[in-house]
Ligand binder design. Structure first.
Ligand SMILES: Nc1ncnc2c1ncn2[C@@H]1O[C@H](COP(=O)(O)OP(=O)(O)OP(=O)(O)O)[C@@H](O)[C@H]1O
Ligand SMILES: [Mg+2]
Length: 254
C-alpha cells in the first residue's frame, strides 16, 4: 500500500504483507505506531483499495466494505442518541430482519456480552466498558464471518480491560468467528491471539509470527495465572525488546 500525499510525496505503508488466516482463528497484530496496522485492517475491511495485491475472503476478492466483515473500533462508533437495543438491532433492521427476530437477537447478544436488562438505556448513560460490550454485541448481530478490531479495549482502564479480554475470548469460542485484533498491549496480544503477528515499520511488514497456546488456556485457567506463567513472561519480554528496538530505530534513544 503506497499513499500519495498532497505534495506528491509517497508513504510506503505496507510492503509484501502476506497472511493466510483460517476460519475461526483469532489473530492478534502488534507493532510500533505507524507500522501500518490500521491500514492493513482498513484494506481487509474494504475501506481502502491496496495499490498492489489483494484480499480474498472465502475465495472472493474484497472490493469494498461488506456485511461479511464487522468492525469494532476503540470507541465512539455507537449511535449515542439511540438506545442499546436500537444500536444492536440497527444492522439487522437495515438487512430487513423482522422485528420479532430482531428482538430475539438483541436479547441473545446482550446476554452474551453480559448486559441483559440494559436494552432500553441510552448509550451515553453507559460506562466505556459497557459501551464496548454494546459495540461487540452490535457487531455480532450482523453475523459477520470476520470481526476486525482496532484497539477495541484501548480506551479502558486496566481492570475493565482485563475483564473484557475474557469476554472477547468467550465470544470467540462461543461464536466461532474469525477475529483479527490490533492492540498496542503485548500482554493482550499474547493472551488473546492463537496467532500473533508482529509488524515492523518503514515500510510496514510482517516481522515475526508466533503460534500461541494462551488463548486456548484462557478459557479454562485464570488470566492472572496464565499471564504470570514462565512461558508467557518469556515470550512477552522477547516481543517487548523486539518492539523497543524498532521504536528506537524510528525515534532514537532517549
Ligand atoms: N490516508 C493516508 N494518507 C497518507 N498516509 C497515510 C494515510 N493513512 C496512513 N498513512 C501512513 O501510513 C503509515 C501507517 O499508518 P497506520 O495508521 O496504518 O499505522 P498504525 O500501525 O495503525 O499506527 P498506530 O499504532 O499509531 O495506530 C503511517 O506512516 C501513516 O502516516
Ligand atoms: Mg492504528
Amino acid at each position: 500500500m503506497v499513499f500519495t500525499l498532497n505534495d506528491g510525496g509517497k508513504v510506503h505503508a505496507l510492503n509484501d504483507v502476506s497472511l493466510h488466516i483460517e476460519k475461526g482463528q483469532m489473530v492478534s497484530v502488534l507493532g510500533p505506531s505507524g507500522c501500518g496496522k490500521t491500514t492493513l485492517l482498513n484494506i481487509i475491511a474494504g475501506f481502502l483499495s491496496p495499490t498492489a495485491g489483494e484480499v480474498r475472503l472465502n475465495g472472493s476478492k474484497v472490493t469494498g466494505p461488506g456485511a461479511d466483515r464487522g468492525m469494532v473500533f476503540q470507541q465512539g462508533a455507537l449511535f449515542e442518541w439511540l438506545s442499546v437495543e436500537q444500536n444492536i438491532a440497527f444492522g439487522p433492521k437495515m438487512a430487513g430482519v423482522n422485528s420479532n427476530d430482531r428482538e430475539t437477537d438483541v436479547q441473545r447478544f446482550l446476554e452474551m456480552v453480559g448486559l441483559s436488562g440494559f436494552e432500553k438505556k441510552p448509550v451515553y448513560e453507559l460506562s466505556g466498558g459497557m459501551q464496548q460490550r454494546v459495540a461487540l454485541a452490535r457487531c455480532l448481530a450482523n453475523d459477520p464471518d470476520v470481526i476486525l478490531m482496532d484497539e477495541p479495549l484501548g480506551a479502558l482502564d486496566a481492570l475493565t480491560r482485563e475483564k473484557m479480554q475474557g469476554l472477547v475470548l468467550k465470544l470467540w469460542k462461543e461464536t466461532g468467528k474469525t477475529i483479527i485484533l490490533i492492540t498496542h498491549s503485548v500482554e493482550e496480544a499474547l493472551f488473546l491471539g492463537e496467532r500473533l503477528v508482529v509488524m515492523a515499520p518503514r515500510p510496514g511488514r510482517v516481522e515475526k509470527e508466533y503460534t500461541l497456546p494462551f488463548a486456548e488456556r484462557g478459557l479454562l485457567d485464570s488470566p492472572r495465572e496464565i499471564k504470570s506463567g514462565p512461558d508467557f513472561v518469556r515470550t512477552r519480554e522477547e516481543i517487548l525488546s523486539m518492539i523497543w528496538g524498532m521504536e528506537e530505530e524510528i525515534m532514537g534513544t532517549v
